[in-house]
Design a protein around this ligand. Structure first.
Ligand SMILES: [Zn+2]
Length: 431
């Protein structure tokens, strides 16, 4: 019975595979249907799309990403059930499981939509399991792993308005495009060292906000074209035109930080600079209050989603978090910045106290990075609540976006803005 079952499964899979792989007539000259992967094409993981996808476009060709020679199936619509990694052609009802090597979907027109959002060129669908080495939270949600492949310069046309605003002073926008291009090129180089990885950047705040074609405009495209191929490089590197990891954030709160202060590790060549330009930023001064009870809940949630940090927390706490009551919160600072947050927990029965020190940047993400806007904060205890008083928004490393905007309005040039926030680095043309 067992053996017959397997045989049936194998036969069923083969049938589905054959139906899918056999091509409808097509004109190869018009449709590449082949994965383009080179140094000009960036692979962007489209995050936060939801657990089911509707992919639409004129004559969307779906093929096995690694076997384009088997041909493709064309349809104007495809549906994807992310939880079960299944793709279906709704008009015929035919479906198949997405293989680990991916399904490539390409539009004849060059544009396709996913759940109503428009994207250029190609998307590749992978089963979500491929993400687990890079994102431990993936096991607990049903998101698809969808990767948009498109030329870096086209990607930047969308990043302009995802990260900043093409209508801002031109020198500021150009400086930010150069920072965004540098960051993208750096990530492409670094991420491709891991051959199992199928994307270079994420489309959200983890890397750069990329919202596809819906936010691209002609002004942004014009400024991307004007800065074509220009990046920031490290003049001390042995490699020619070595891109730096050009971090940037919304507003630094009065001065920038070193990457090592935020994430640890070594990033040679970065310097801290004063920034008298971002005081008009919308989140320059902020306050945020959290009760001890709420902090306890968010710590438990943060730990459950973060296997790496969990390793550094004491077993006594992890074995039974509900046994421990938060009794105090303290902060250690390093040049106007919170570096660590220390939580004192008291055992409800024995009154034993344990103190756990956690990186402030990490804790900020657990507690809600949209409210606890930066790590440039001080803390005040009010009963069983903590009031955070802060300045700036984001990690504060590299270019300060609101500061750059102001510099542009004051008449600084693009290169002066870049040299201010990335002193010691070189502005180079790589194309
Ligand atoms: Zn600033």
């Amino acid at each position: 019975m067992q053996r017959l079952g397997w045989l049936l499964v194998a036969l069923f899979c083969t049938l589905k595979y054959t139906q899918f792989a056999h091509a409808l007539p097509l004109e190869p000259a018009k449709l590449a249907s082949e994965l383009k992967l080179n140094s000009k094409i960036i692979r962007v993981r489209l995050s936060d799309l939801g657990s089911s996808l509707q992919i639409k476009g004129n004559g969307l060709a779906a093929s096995l990403a690694m076997k384009p020679e088997l041909g493709n199936v064309q349809a104007d619509e495809w549906e994807v059930d992310c939880k079960h990694s299944k793709i279906t052609q709704p008009t015929t009802g035919k479906s198949r499981i997405i293989p680990r090597s991916g399904i490539l979907i390409e539009a004849l027109s060059g544009i396709l939509s996913i759940n109503g959002h428009h994207f250029r060129e190609q998307v590749v669908l992978y089963p979500k399991e491929l993400l687990s080495p890079y994102d431990s939270s993936i096991r607990t949600n049903s998101q698809c792993l969808v990767v948009n492949h498109l030329p870096v310069e086209k990607y930047l046309e969308s990043v302009v308005n995802g990260e900043f605003n093409s209508k801002w002073a031109e020198p500021a926008v150009e400086a930010q495009i150069i920072a965004a291009r540098t960051y993208a090129v750096y990530q492409m180089k670094e991420m491709r060292k891991d051959r199992g990885r199928v994307f270079d950047v994420e489309s959200n705040q983890k890397d750069q906000m990329y919202l596809g074609l819906d936010v691209a405009d002609s002004k942004g495209s014009e400024l991307v074209a004007r800065t074509k191929g220009i990046i920031l490089t490290d003049p001390h590197s042995h490699t020619k035109n070595c891109p730096i990891k050009a971090f940037y954030s919304a507003s630094c709160g009065g001065g920038t930080f070193l990457p090592g202060q935020i994430w640890g590790g070594k990033f040679a060549g970065f310097k801290k600079v004063k920034c008298p330009y971002c005081a008009d930023a919308p989140s320059f001064n902020w306050n945020y209050t959290l009760s001890f009870h709420e902090i306890e809940k968010r710590i438990v949630r943060g730990l459950s989603n973060d296997a790496n940090v969990r390793k550094s927390w004491p077993k006594a706490y992890l074995n039974n978090p509900s046994q421990w009551m938060l009794s105090n919160v303290r902060v250690t600072s390093d040049a106007e910045r919170a570096s660590n947050i220390i939580f004192d927990f008291k055992d409800g029965e024995t009154f034993k106290v344990i103190s756990i020190t956690s990186n402030a940047y990490q804790v900020r993400n657990w507690l809600d990075a949209t409210q606890l806007k930066s790590t440039r904060f001080t803390m005040e205890l009010k009963g069983r609540s903590v009031v955070f008083h802060g300045k700036g928004s984001g990690h504060g490393v590299g270019l300060c976006q609101w500061g750059a905007k102001k510099m542009g309005e004051k008449g600084f040039t693009r290169d002066q803005i870049l040299t201010h926030y990335y002193p010691g680095f070189k502005i180079s043309k790589i194309l």
